[in-house]
Design a protein around this ligand. Structure first.
Ligand code: ARG
Length: 401
């Protein structure tokens, strides 16, 4: 029996793929794989119910902790950011693809299908990951291959008994995991349309946020957060908890124009409360423990890393090379960061680390440990070449041109 593994979210695009695979692509055995990366439990239950209703062979893979530890925290180590977006959707794709490949290998399947459109980034991310992990894979992308529209999909779904009630009620296109919630589509496609309160589920607005100030201590070890206010938590639990705390205080709403891989500019809204706070705290700790030169160089490395992560090039050797540097620096990114959360603002107000390159003894106005007199010569010779140039200019041209 010809079999195909469908990367399945339970949404309209992936659901129409089920009858399509059977009727148009000739696969009698459709295997649906839903990967739990922290989307709402109701989404997973819905995907399972739909898969059952359409009699697929279904697998749900719980990858929350792996996602938190290996993907969210890797992004944190690299201060992962693309145009102001912590790349929550981007970094989940390679893991989802990897889990689908794992299932396929177990069942001896080499054909895959996904519901990505031909406009977005996910088609690149999913396919490059599948092909990297299984070079012999055949991949079908029906929505893209048949240039489908939403109305065509709805009509097709109705004809083929695909349950789509929830999809019909949906105004926005939403993608969710531990690192963030992406909201697009509908009226939000107009960059000048102010995001309505109803699109947000994890964060309060600055007006409705809890009015009190929340003081928070985050403990890091080797660049990864390990505890909130002294309570140790697993990677996934820590992110979930911090999403709640920071969301309550109106932190993590992001509204950007995003340049997609194909060059399309798309308006995107995100809610990334935990990611926003963790990125801020992590940078504060790096500022305390890394040398000036390391910080300058790491910015370049982080940016390269983020470019690869945005494009889903998770298994690229360059990413590995960059992580050689990143991971080495993280061995010192340990300590505590204290933050204040208040009505959409997240402020660092304290940081300590055994690796701090800061010396009160040297920096203080009152210190005697640093002999100021020794700076005289350094100051006198500072920026020598630039000064020589100005003097020459003066001499040869009689001043500025
Ligand atoms: N533009 C984002 C990315 O490429 C998110 C795309 C998914 N968003 C959504 N609302 N379905 O990573």
């Amino acid at each position: 029996m010809k079999k195909v593994v469908l990367v399945y979210s339970g949404g309209l695009d992936t659901s129409v793929c089920i009858p399509l695979m059977r009727e148009e692509y000739g696969y009698e055995r459709v295997i649906t794989v839903t990967v739990d990366v922290g989307q709402p439990a109701s989404d997973i239950a819905q995907a399972e119910a739909k898969a059952k209703a359409m009699s697929t062979e279904h697998y749900t893979v719980d990858a929350k902790n792996e996602f938190a530890r290996e993907f969210c925290f890797a992004a944190l180590h690299a201060n992962g950011d693309y145009q102001g977006y912590p790349m929550s959707t981007s970094i989940a794709r390679p893991l989802i693809a990897a889990k689908a490949v794992e299932v396929a290998k177990k069942l001896g399947a080499t054909a895959f299908a996904h519901g990505c459109t031909g406009k977005g980034n996910d088609q690149f991310r999913i396919e490059v990951a599948i092909r990297s992990l299984m070079p012999e894979a055949t991949i079908h992308a029906p929505v893209r291959e048949r240039n489908m529209t939403r109305s065509w999909e709805i009509e097709y779904a109705l004809k083929h008994n695909v349950p789509i009630q929830q999809s019909l009620e949906k105004i926005w296109s939403i993608d969710e995991n531990l690192w963030g919630r992406s909201i697009e589509g509908g009226r939000l496609e107009d960059p000048d349309f102010a995001p309505p309160e109803e699109i947000f589920q994890w964060t309060k607005g600055t007006e409705t946020a809890t009015p009190t100030v929340r003081e928070l201590t985050l403990s890091f070890k080797d660049g990864s957060p390990i505890a909130i206010d002294g309570h140790a938590l697993s990677p996934a639990a820590l992110i979930i908890e911090l999403n709640k705390i920071a969301g309550e205080h109106g932190i993590g709403r992001i509204d950007v124009m995003e340049d997609r891989m194909l060059g399309l500019k798309v308006r995107e809204n995100y809610e990334c409360p935990a990611a926003t706070v963790l990125l801020k705290a992590h940078e504060a700790l790096e500022a305390l423990v890394l040398t000036r030169e390391e910080r300058r160089f790491k910015k370049l490395v982080d940016q390269e890393w983020s470019g690869l992560a945005y494009e889903g090039r998770w298994f690229d050797p360059l990413k590995d090379d960059l992580e050689g540097f990143i991971n080495k620096t993280q061995l010192r990114v340990s300590g505590d960061v204290r933050l204040k959360l208040h009505r959409g603002a997240c402020q660092v107000y304290g940081r300590t680390s055994p690796w701090a390159l800061y010396s009160e003894e040297l920096a203080s106005f009152d210190s005697t440990g640093f002999d100021q007199r020794l700076s005289t010569g350094q100051v006198q010779n500072f920026a020598l070449q630039a000064r020589m140039f100005l003097h020459l200019e003066q001499k040869l041209h009689g001043g500025h041109q």
